[in-house]
Design a protein around this ligand. Structure first.
Ligand code: ZN
Length: 218
């Protein structure tokens, strides 16, 4: 069964994962488990909308449901499972418990979209003339961006380039240049449909800062 949830939320992008988490908890009580087909953020509002697929039966252990840490010291974000809850630390503090960590959860930390579902949507949109190769529309661009975001190598959330720049004490690097530099170093990277000057990547903040500094010197 597929269902559509929409919620008007002020505030930060973790609200998308929070919306998924709420649905997951409610479904679990009813004996179902859910997976998001797509999660859409619209800055008009702002509104977060999630299309969910509900399947009968609970998952014994949901690895997509866990905790997110953000380090105010180095800017690094990480996901942790329930089992790791007592051992949350940031690489910048030598695996010691650190007061610089802000932990949120339990939250949905799995993928925000289902890539094959989005690809089907994109194909239909092309068939119906809503988007096409010659006429690039907002819808086509958005769906392609969401498909890029579905790369399973990409973690939850995104990194704002302004934060990288302010931590590196440089001007914000151009988005495209930063993305190709990360690609060259073997990291997965995509744009984020939620924030225009941000990237989704599995590259740690410290490495993003190093790369951004190197780009500045070119
Ligand atoms: Zn840290």
């Amino acid at each position: 069964m597929d269902c559509f949830m929409s919620r008007r939320l002020m505030g930060t992008p973790p609200a998308v994962t929070d919306l998924n988490s709420g649905a997951l908890r409610e479904a679990s009580v009813l004996g179902y488990h859910i997976t998001p087909l797509f999660s859409y953020y619209s800055y008009h509002g702002p509104v977060f909308r999630v299309m969910l697929r509900m399947n009968r039966g609970k998952l014994p252990q949901n690895r997509n449901y866990g905790f997110i840490s953000y380090c105010t010291e180095c800017g690094n974000s990480q996901a942790f499972s329930w089992n790791e809850l007592g051992r949350i630390s940031c690489p910048c503090s030598d695996a010691k418990v650190s007061s610089s960590l802000v932990v949120s959860g339990p939250l949905w930390i799995g993928p925000l979209h289902n890539a094959s579902y989005l690809t089907e949507m994109l194909n239909l949109a092309e068939q119906w003339g809503w988007t096409g190769n010659d006429t690039e529309t907002h819808l086509g661009k958005l769906l392609k961006q969401m498909i890029d975001e579905s790369d399973p190598k990409l973690p939850f959330g995104y990194i704002k380039l302004d934060e990288v720049a302010s931590r590196a004490k440089i001007n914000s690097p151009p988005l495209r240049t930063m993305m190709s530099a990360l690609n060259k170093e073997g990291y997965a990277v995509s744009r984020s449909h939620i924030a225009s000057n941000a990237i989704k990547t599995n590259c740690p903040m410290a490495v993003c800062i190093r790369i951004a500094k190197e780009l500045q010197q070119c």
